[in-house]
Write a protein that binds this ligand. Sequence first.
Ligand code: ZN
Length: 204
Amino acid sequence: MILNTHVHGDHTGGNPFFGETGSIIAQDNVRTRLLNQPQFPAAGLPKLTYKQQLQLHINGDSIRVVHLPQGHTNGDSVVLFQSANVVHVGDHFFNGAFPYIDINNGGSVSGFINNLRSLLSTLPQDVLTIPRHGPMGDLEDLQRAVETIEVTRSIIRSGIAGQLNDDQIAEQLTDYSRWGQGFIGIARWISIIRADQQAFPSSS
Ligand SMILES: [Zn+2]
């Protein structure tokens, strides 16, 4: 069984190979988006899709797969290994780095934050958290990631409201420069927040 946590190529690129012999599982919107890529091989399409949540019973564990709406994309899954007490957060968690939020594929910054806030409210204190980018983490790492997104979004939004340019906004984010050392640098993070605000002008 292969589970695609969302549609991006670095998560679905192996589907045409694995789909020949295995079952590919994904949230409904992943299949829809792959169908919209005419060159994507049919063998790589998810065979089992779900809308809100799915329960798997394998390896002696009970694995809950839950849809995170309109966050990183509109088809993300979070995977909770309930006996092992481990959660795979997919691309909703870049441990120690700014995340990519794909507005063109149905994502939004507010949705991303809301998804993580509601996930955090349900997780046990001693859970281990697997990011899709960065080292394995714990609950505090995930909390720190969402807090950093919230704080830096608010700094960037104040800068936009004050008509600052990107360089001026970046100067206000020097405390967070190490968060820009992943593949989303400070300039890209500012551009994501700008694009999000243009797409969703009234979001809080
Ligand atoms: Zn992704």
